[in-house]
Write a protein that binds this ligand. Structure first.
Ligand code: TXA
Ligand code: MG
Length: 318
């Protein structure tokens, strides 16, 4: 059920039940990060493989020291710059953090979200919240409460409704190797903005079998409809003549045609707006009984890189 009742949300969490929470990036499927019953429920409901660790959501930067240790200076600098906000840091975990959350790793992912409803909830709790995105494993992330309702309406008693997510794509994930920052996942803070603090970032290329960050798993964020990515929309359209086609376009519509449904991510060509609209547009197209969705590649700069990364994973053929 959709709700804004923080008391009920707190009650459910104290009983080790799961709820959905709004964040500025995407909605999360949240449970008590200090309780293994709740953590197991997250993996089960999401059908998420146990090798894929969760993010712990804290109420403020001070709590970082309760969860993690040996924090590099540059990590603190990043936390102070971007929290509350869409940055996740992967740091050495303290022993009391469940190995389930970290999928057996010695590190744990943490962030302080900036959505006021979720911050108020965290403030009322004396434990942090473990929360992956509130979608079944591999499918499109939810950016409003209705998306979560469609996925988990039967299973969740409380979906905290915080409206449309402000950023619309997941947090940017930074880990550390020999105290040097490394990008683990493209997200809603651009690499360029992170590099203003860190200098040149290493980008870890994922491995299929043991991904460092399964946001980096090759197929992810995928619509059910057959989906393709291209730099040349008119050319690819020719291959689907007579089919019902959905187009996911960056800025410019193509000529009207009865067989074509179009979603424009940002009429003014603004990456931030495009990121905000990306998943909601994918959800809409996916619900249109189309034969095929064709997405347009964006310029590969700033958040264009993040959007292209998500689109590449959404269109990856197995
Ligand atoms: O914006 C977000 O980050 C959203 C909201 C709800 O906070 N959450 C989110 O969670 O995207 P999820 O579970 O869908 O993605 C978490 C990512 C995964 O790619 C996971 O592999 C990575 O974080 N991760 C978690 N712990 C890690 C660790 N110890 N080392 C490397 N990657 C880690
Ligand atoms: Mg996810």
């Amino acid at each position: 059920m959709l709700s804004k009742d923080l008391n009920k949300a707190k009650e459910a969490l104290l009983k080790n039940e799961l709820i959905a929470i709004p964040t500025e990036t995407v909605y999360g499927l949240a449970g008590n990060a200090f309780n293994e019953t709740a953590i197991k429920k997250i993996f089960k409901l999401k059908k998420r493989p146990l090798f894929n660790p969760l993010i712990v959501h804290l109420k403020s930067v001070e709590y970082l020291h309760d969860i993690t240790c040996d924090i590099p200076d540059i990590a603190l600098k990043l936390a102070n710059e971007f929290w509350p906000g869409p940055l996740t840091l992967v740091l050495k975990k303290k022993d009391h953090i469940s190995d389930l959350i970290s999928a057996g790793k010695k590190t744990v992912a943490v962030r302080v979200p900036s959505h006021p409803l979720t911050l108020a909830l965290l403030e009322a709790l004396d434990f942090p919240l473990a929360a992956p995105s509130a979608n079944p494993f591999g499918s499109i992330s939810p950016t409003n409460a209705e998306h979560v309702l469609n996925y988990f309406g039967k299973e969740l008693n409380i979906i905290l409704d915080g409206g449309e997510c402000e950023k619309g794509v997941e947090s940017t994930i930074i880990g550390f190797e020999n105290d040097q920052p490394v990008l683990f996942r493209y997200g809603s803070i651009s690499i360029e903005d992170i590099e203003k603090i860190t200098g040149k970032l290493n980008i870890i290329i994922h491995s299929e079998k043991a991904p460092n960050s399964p946001g980096m798993l090759s197929r992810h964020y995928a619509p059910k409809t057959d989906t393709y990515l291209t730099e040349n929309i008119p050319e690819l359209l020719k291959s689907f003549e007579g089919k019902k086609v959905g187009l996911l376009l960056f800025q410019n519509p193509i000529q009207k045609n009865n067989n074509i449904t179009q979603e424009i991510l940002s009429k003014s060509g603004d990456f931030v707006e495009a990121a905000k609209n990306l998943y909601a547009a994918m959800h809409r197209l996916d619900q249109n009984n189309l034969d095929v969705i064709i997405a347009e590649k964006l310029p590969n700069i700033g958040l264009g890189k993040t959007i292209n990364d998500k689109l590449e994973r959404a269109t990856k053929k197995e």
